[in-house]
Design a protein around this ligand. Structure first.
Ligand SMILES: Nc1ncnc2c1ncn2[C@@H]1O[C@H](COP(=O)(O)OP(=O)(O)OP(=O)(O)O)[C@@H](O)[C@H]1O
Ligand SMILES: [Mg+2]
Length: 241
């Protein structure tokens, strides 16, 4: 039996047939505003609230205050309490770039992961992380090393990236192959706002439901509608891809 880590997100664990494979890394892709950071926040928050699993949030995009405000706007009222207690550890841009050499910061981070009992990690975003390397080859080598260390330390990780979902004829980035799972968030504009969808395209070692499911973002965070007919706004000629 493969060990699973539940996201605690309504509907998502169901379409994952129980959760994400533990000690693996999943790439979470989608365009701006699709909900990647929110899914990451919710994964870390639920981890400690529901499953007693401490987590790390690495943010190159938002700082600690932005994250707190985003979490509280979603009704994650105990966010700051968990941060203060050390059960949610945030490394934001300022912290990650404190050393003059990015590699030195990463070494410190990896050591901290080694010395603590974190179970979940979010890297937001892998696109930004990549910008710190001059050469593609160096970036790839480092990413592989990083993925290994995360798994060895028992962490189940999500990494966000800004790529959009595409069919195989479009270019698929190397990150999609290096990671164990691929989840895409999609959105289509409507007259009154936006329709949101989620697609679990791959989960190594695991059978998942690979249909595209509707989802919503509201107070409480993301809800995935496993039964598409329950999603009243869905209409037929409105393909998410
Ligand atoms: N408290 C909230 N209630 C309802 N919807 C919200 C709330 N907070 C954010 N949203 C919606 O979620 C969207 C942003 O999601 P998120 O920040 O996770 O996107 P993202 O995929 O990380 O985007 P980016 O690539 O720009 O970082 C917003 O555009 C907004 O529509
Ligand atoms: Mg974001």
């Amino acid at each position: 039996m493969v060990e699973l880590t539940k996201t605690g997100i309504d509907g998502l664990d169901e379409i994952l047939n129980g959760g994400i494979v533990s000690h693996s890394t999943t790439l979470l892709s989608g365009p701006p505003g699709a909900g990647k950071s929110i899914l990451g926040l919710q994964y870390i928050y639920n981890g400690i609230e529901q499953f007693d699993e401490p987590g790390v949030y690495l943010s190159f995009e938002e700082d600690t205050t932005d994250l707190r405000e985003a979490a509280e706007s979603l009704g994650f009222d105990n966010w700051q309490h968990h941060v203060d207690a050390g059960d949610i550890k945030i490394y934001d841009k300022q912290v990650l770039l404190r050393e003059h050499d990015f590699n030195a910061s990463l070494e410190i981070l990896l050591e901290e992961l080694d010395n603590n009992d974190y179970r979940r990690l979010v890297l937001d975003s892998l696109s930004m992380f990549g910008l710190f390397f001059d050469e593609e080859r160096e970036r790839r080598t480092y990413l592989l090393k990083f993925l290994d260390i995360l798994g060895e330390n028992g962490l189940t990780s999500l990494m966000t990236t800004e790529q959009e979902a595409g069919y195989p004829e479009k270019d698929i980035n190397m990150e999609n192959f290096l990671t164990d799972g691929n989840i895409y968030l999609l959105q289509t504009p409507t007259e009154s706002g936006v329709n949101r969808y989620i697609w679990v395209a791959k989960m190594r070692k695991k059978n998942v439901q690979t249909d595209i499911f509707p989802m919503e973002i509201d107070t409480g965070g993301i809800t995935v509608y496993e039964n598409a007919s329950a999603f009243s706004m869905l209409n037929e000629d409105d393909s998410p891809l």
